[in-house]
Design a protein. Sequence first.
Length: 258
Amino acid sequence: MRIATYNVNGVNGRLANLLEWLGDTRPDVACLQELKAPAERFPEGPIREAGYGAIWHGQKSWNGVAILARGCEPIETRRGLAGDPQDVQSRYIEAAVGGVIVASLYAPNGNPQPGPKFGFKLNWLERLRRHGQALLATGQPVVLAGDFNIIPTDLDVYVPERWRDDALFHPRVREAYAQMLDDGWVDALRTRYPDQRVYTFWKYLRNAYQRDAGLRIDHLLLSPSLAPRLRDAGVDREHRGRPHASDHGAVWIEIADG
């Protein structure tokens, strides 16, 4: 089973890129982020024509998450995180697909910090952790996939010194990620490449992609019941270099049948 996460940076503006990627890589499950479209403008028709059922949680101009499943319908289990009734941003959706619970998430950026946006990010990550703990307690196979907007370690960023004051690299944000790993979640890409620099995002500025001046902010976290089934993981970075591409590369895992 191939599960991928892909921040598409505008599902309608980059629909051709998305469909090309789906055709080339054929993931069984694709978690999408940053749809930048209200629910009624999600391109359900073209995605179904590509062979995928879908659920989505849209928002006008910003945010937005979706889960696609090849040849079947994802069974929605949750949208949004509990704990803040004032949070109306479309950042979390969860479904059962092929015997696995899969979440597509888009964490807040948090800049500038300090400030209210950074406070919202820390609160959102704590709510994610609490929900993750509840998922772990079920013992089910679970994947938390998406754009976490967290650079976990110095190994995950080109020239770490330039990012010390950024909300993606703040010690409290890195600690929040480390706490989730302490809870039992397994970082799939880092498990596959324990000592290598592997990036998932490259800015459009200053030829960052061509220079491989990137960040690793897109992650797939596996529950302890699923982690032993991990067979491979990687980044579809070649698609990042295509015309009109998202600034993210899709990240994927292969898991053995349960």
